[in-house]
Design a protein around this ligand. Structure first.
Ligand SMILES: *Cc1c(COP(=O)(O)O)cnc(C)c1O
Length: 829
């Protein structure tokens, strides 16, 4: 028995099978306008005369949705009929952003809907801007999951995304006197017309309790887990439309509900709060996206979230597999499950539990099926960032899974000991239990052992994975580690966010690139064409004006669209080195003031990004950016030459405005620390020059765009590793650089924080003392690279030749290419 609560009652009787499908809808502006009015009236219950912009938005989404549903049902039917292999993408995060423009554009409806709304006196762009961002992720990892969902639909792979329907996505960031303040995101406040609640797909999820071992006939031992806490996972489905609307896949997000919404006995006895305890406990589970890099305080909740969504997803996957008439032994032929990082790694033992305890397989067979079904994507090399759970917590919450972890571990360690060339040290690294301090379960090792494929997300990252975190497991299972360099969907990150450039490309090289991003290569021949350069520049200029308007209206700061727009937007993290950029900004400010006679290139430095709420230094870096911005922007001696802006509340929708407006893209992480990056790809595709280190996918970007079309500086990953091992002397480095030492002492002594002169002292002391992130070590090289950018900027023909070549040569970084590689080499789907 599985613990499915609602039963899928698919009606297959003869009479119902003959019910005709609804007629596909026409999408000319007149029909669409009539349908919008109909939805407004009968769907929302509003008279057009009093409808709010939100009502218009909802009505429009419902009309778009109808056109998706036809295709959605067709896609679902087809994979059911052919019993084809399905791919399941398990991710704790999906950073989707808005869906309406994505769906309209992929269905080719944008212009018809614009016209339809226009005939009703409604502006499409205005209502589209009201759609809330579905911000169910922290950053790159969650955005990758969203790009992959769209690409899987585009390249026609029957796929499901599985995750959590957080009531509050990533927090909304506000600035209070330059400090980050976190506010809850309320993306569901106006309802969510994209989702369908599927009450019939609900499953029971247990926690805690005990495990009974039952010895049956022939000493066949069966284990029965008796959880002492139970709740329900209910599915919410969102359709994901592929390019040209050929396939529509499902994103299935789970929401936690209590088994008993209210304990009536307790309530009637007068305990009104206690009566709702169960209900609150369940609902808390899917209330907030737990921020990465946070304190241990919320750890248990996070482990509960992970198990909750994995258990629901696996029960659902097995239910679908069996309902199709398949055998469990054939699971790996019909099902491929991709684990996006270790967050869903508990799935490995959950599948084992379901196969052994519920379906009666023996452990060896179950293990074979499991490891053929799963594959795992690693996103970090930092040992401290690899998930692990204290054994006592794991055991208390998931007692049966703890047993299975031990069983798998015993199997693996026996296997390892049979290889004669394994040292005790290597065996300790392989173990699922970290015994070096308080005992912990290593989720990275579990994901590795339970998968037939383990992939890194850029060539460099994959190499480093083999040499560092998974060196010993790689030795035990050579051939399992492979690379799949990340990509981005060109629909959202070119066609939708940059219609000006898309139109220019269409009129220049035709429409081929719309279906195959590699065809952007045809643009290469126009790189030196003066006429084309002027048009390319005009598009960039219009995008910069659009961003300048946003900054003026949100922040009251005026930007000159003719200045060089230098942009760094991403989560705030020491390894991403926003601090290096800010210090260089301070150094530049000094230089401009000391040498007003020189021809300075006017620059606007733009930053955006959120810091994890518990990450002290990251929050201090935001405050520093704002303090530096205030000082510089108020100094008349650099007016017109330097501006600094920190735009609040970075999210997908803000990225869609900032990326197309960039002249220069900052990708300056400490080499060896950024697994891939995808922000880097978005900018280059939209015609920005990259300044960056040889880190993550920057390395492959250099190979594709050509080294003369990217500005590389700084230490390599090997050099960073060597310096860290041998130790370096940041103080000597700083003292050898006049620009750097002046900039650091200005910040340290409170020039930018006269109200609290010691505010940044510790932050800067860290650079003097250990410089872990190589800010001092890379400073001179970075500053020099920035001046070479200035040089290129003054020669506009050369600038545009380079940036045009970036757009032309970035097609390989389409997530369609990435997904095809996953499909061929990992999923075999
Ligand atoms: C692309 C994207 C990211 C990832 O950016 P990196 O520069 O690769 O870290 C993070 N957040 C949002 C909103 C994005 O669109």
């Amino acid at each position: 028995m599985t613990s499915q609560v609602g039963v899928d009652t698919m009606i297959k009787s003869q009479s119902k099978a003959d019910i005709p499908l609804p007629k596909p809808r026409e999408s000319d502006p007149e029909t669409v306008a009539a349908e919008i009015i109909e939805r407004l009236t009968y769907g929302i219950g509003k008279d057009a005369k009093v409808a709010t912009p939100h009502d218009w938005l909802t009505a429009t989404i419902l009309v778009v949705r109808d056109r998706i549903i036809d295709k959605w049902m067709e896609s679902t039917r087809a994979s059911y009929d052919t019993n084809s292999k399905r791919v399941y993408y398990l991710s704790l995060e999906f950073l989707i952003g808005r869906l309406m423009r994505d769906a309209m554009s992929n269905l080719g409806l944008v212009e018809d809907i614009r016209e339809a709304l226009g005939s009703l006196g409604v502006d499409l762009d205005l209502i589209a801007g009201l759609e809330p961002d579905a911000a169910l992720g922290n950053g790159g990892l969650g955005r990758l999951a969203a790009c992959f969902m769209e690409s899987m639909a585009t390249v026609d792979i029957p796929a499901y995304g599985y995750g959590i329907r957080y009531v509050h996505g990533l927090f909304r960031q506000q600035m209070a006197d330059g400090w980050q303040v976190e506010l809850p995101e309320t993306w569901l406040a106006h309802g969510n017309p994209w989702e369908f609640e599927r009450r019939e797909s609900s499953y029971e999820i247990g926690f805690g309790g005990t495990v009974d071992a039952l010895v049956g006939v022939e000493e066949d031992m069966r284990h029965v887990w008796k959880p002492n806490e139970r709740m329900i996972a209910t599915a919410y489905d969102t359709p994901i439309v592929g390019w040209r609307g050929e396939r529509v896949n499902t994103l299935r997000l789970w929401s936690a509900q209590p088994i008993d919404p209210i304990l009536l006995d307790a309530f009637n006895a007068g305990d009104h709060i206690g009566a709702l305890r169960e209900s609150n406990k369940a609902e808390t589970l899917t209330r907030v996206l737990y921020p990465a890099d946070a304190t241990p305080a919320g750890q248990e909740l996070r482990l509960r979230q992970e198990y909750f969504f994995c258990s629901a997803s696996l029960q659902d996957i097995l239910r679908r597999h069996l309902q199709q008439g398949n055998e469990l032994a054939d699971l790996a032929d019909k099902v491929a499950i991709q684990l996006n990082d270790t967050h869903p790694a508990i799935s490995v033992v959950e599948l084992l539990r379901l196969l052994c305890d519920v379906h009666g397989l023996d452990l060896d067979d179950a293990w074979e099926i499991t490891s053929k079904t799963f594959s795992y994507t690693n996103h970090t090399l930092l040992p401290e960032a690899l998930e692990s759970w204290p054994v006592p917590l794991f055991e208390r919450l998931l007692p049966r899974h703890m047993q299975l972890v031990y069983a798998v571990n015993a199997k693996m360690l026996i296997h390892a000991r049979k290889q004669t060339d394994f040292t005790d040290e290597e065996i300790r690294h392989i173990s699922l239990i970290d015994e070096s301090g308080d005992r912990r379960v290593r989720m990275g090792n579990l994901a590795f052992m339970g998968s037939h494929s383990i992939n890194g997300v850029s060539a460099l990252h994959t190499d480093l994975m083999k040499q560092t975190v998974f060196a010993d497991l790689h030795k035990l299972f050579p051939g399992r580690i492979n690379n799949k360099t990340n990509g981005i969907t060109p629909r959202r990150w070119l066609m939708q966010c940059n219609p000006g450039l898309t139109n220019l490309l269409r009129e220049t090289i035709g429409d081929d690139f719309l279906d195959d991003a590699a065809k952007l290569q045809q643009l290469d021949g126009y790189a030196e064409d003066t006429g084309f350069q002027q048009k390319f520049a005009a598009v960039k200029r219009a995008n910069k004006e659009r961003l300048a308007q946003l900054v003026a209206s949100r922040m009251g700061v005026r930007l000159d669209p003719d200045a060089l727009f230098d942009i760094q937007i991403k989560r705030i993290h020491e390894y991403k080195r926003q601090l290096l950029n800010i210090i260089e900004t301070v150094a530049l400010y000094d230089q401009i003031r000391s040498h007003p006679e020189r021809d300075w290139v006017p620059r606007v430095k733009l930053f955006a990004g959120k810091a994890a709420p518990s990450y002290h230094n990251a929050k201090l870096i935001i405050k520093l950016a704002n303090d530096v911005a205030r000082t510089i922007n108020n100094d008349p001696s650099v007016r017109g030459l330097l501006k600094v802006v920190f735009v609040p509340n970075y999210n997908v929708s803000l990225a869609e405005v900032m990326v197309p407006a960039a002249d220069l893209s900052e990708q300056i992480s400490t080499a060896g620390m950024e697994a891939s990056g995808t922000g880097n790809m978005k900018f280059a595709l939209n015609g920005a020059l990259t300044i960056g280190t040889l880190d993550g996918a920057n390395v492959e970007m250099r190979d594709h765009v050509g080294e003369e079309n990217i500005v590389i500086f700084g230490l390599t990953a090997d050099e960073v590793a060597k310096i860290r091992a041998e130790g370096h002397n940041p103080r000597a480095t700083i003292e050898a650089s006049r620009e750097l030492s002046q900039a650091l002492s200005a910040i340290q002594s409170g020039v930018f924080s006269p109200d609290d002169r010691n505010r940044f002292k510790e932050l800067i002391d860290g650079i003097y003392q250990h410089d872990w992130f190589m800010v001092a070590a890379d400073f001179d090289s970075y500053a020099q690279a920035q001046r070479s950018v200035d040089q290129t900027w003054t020669d506009k023909a050369s600038w545009y030749a380079k940036t045009i070549r970036n757009t032309a040569r970035m097609g390989w970084f389409s997530s369609d290419r990435t997904i095809r590689q996953y499909a061929e080499e990992i999923w075999r789907a």
